[in-house]
Design a protein around this ligand. Structure first.
Ligand SMILES: Nc1ncnc2c1ncn2[C@@H]1O[C@H](COP(=O)(O)OP(=O)(O)OP(=O)(O)O)[C@@H](O)[C@H]1O
Ligand SMILES: [Mg+2]
Length: 255
């Protein structure tokens, strides 16, 4: 049996001191994600989606519970070990592209490898490989201000995968894209997942983006309350997602 890529057990994240009003951003979340899965996280604003992604990404620490990534227990690591782990094993795609304006697209994509001290000779084929995969070869020598929003987003995706991470974490990756560019990014992520067995965890509000996932976890008040799996087409799954979201809307209205 392969180890799951993500294995978290009974994770709580509590904000506020004991003497104050405490807020349970995560209230006992357990989940596992296997290699090659494409998992979506949905739920209303404030549900705990970003918090969940942040504790898995080591950017934030849980109040209690265990988090293992590819078998490594993050809660046992110190800050230096966490930083190394993050740069080697994880790839990030955020809503804001977070490209550095004073570096070219090539240099931006190369960043995770440069930071790990990989030689520039080895970096070149890796960068070109992902740039080709994502269709942005012609942008490599340009600066971020001179390329389109969709190209920036794909450059950010290229940077997220250039070092062959165990897991890609995406928080609203299509949030600031128009339909055409959103489709192109989602298509690229789907291809990475299906053709290259990359494991992806994606937070999204958008049912269309979510329909690209194979499994969706719905979160409310810091807990998973529903899980659905894609068994048929994206169109069918899209409808199923809308149905779940409308159920939630109804139950909320009845509270
Ligand atoms: N640093 C913090 N201090 C105190 N409370 C916080 C902090 N960060 C988040 N929270 C609270 O934790 C809860 C979960 O926040 P989180 O950002 O995970 O929500 P989300 O599901 O990502 O929402 P959105 O869809 O709006 O991005 C919210 O009620 C939020 O106000
Ligand atoms: Mg969020």
């Amino acid at each position: 049996m392969l180890r799951p890529v993500v294995d978290i057990s009974n994770v709580q994240k509590i904000y506020g001191k004991k003497t104050e009003n405490q807020h349970y951003a995560l209230n006992g979340v357990s989940l596992t994600i296997d290699q090659g899965e494409f998992v979506g996280i949905m739920g209303p604003s404030g549900a705990g989606k970003t918090t969940l992604l942040n504790v898995i990404s080591t950017l934030d620490q849980p109040t209690s519970g265990t988090i293992k990534i590819s078998g490594t227990d993050l809660t046992q690591m110190n800050q230096t070990q966490l930083a190394d782990f993050r740069s080697e094993k994880l790839g990030f795609i955020f809503q804001e592209f977070n490209l550095l304006e004073n570096l070219t697209i090539y240099e931006n994509i190369a960043l995770p490898l440069s930071l790990q001290g990989v030689s520039s000779k080895k970096i070149k084929p890796s960068v070109e490989n992902v740039a080709r995969k994502l269709g942005i070869m012609e942008t490599l020598n340009k600066y971020p201000t001179a390329v389109s929003g969709g190209q920036k987003q794909r450059a950010a995706a290229a940077r997220a995968i250039v070092h062959d991470p165990a897991l890609i974490l995406a928080d609203e990756p299509t949030g600031s894209l128009d339909t055409k560019n959103a489709k192109s990014l989602l298509g690229a992520m789907e291809d990475l997942n299906e053709q290259h067995d990359v494991t992806i965890m994606m937070v999204t509000h958008d049912p269309f983006s979510a329909s690209y996932c194979k499994r969706i976890l719905f979160i409310q008040d810091g807990a998973i309350y529903k899980v659905i799996h894609r068994t048929g087409s994206k169109q069918e799954f899209y409808q199923e997602i809308l149905d779940v979201l409308s159920e939630v809307g109804t139950s909320k209205a009845m509270e």
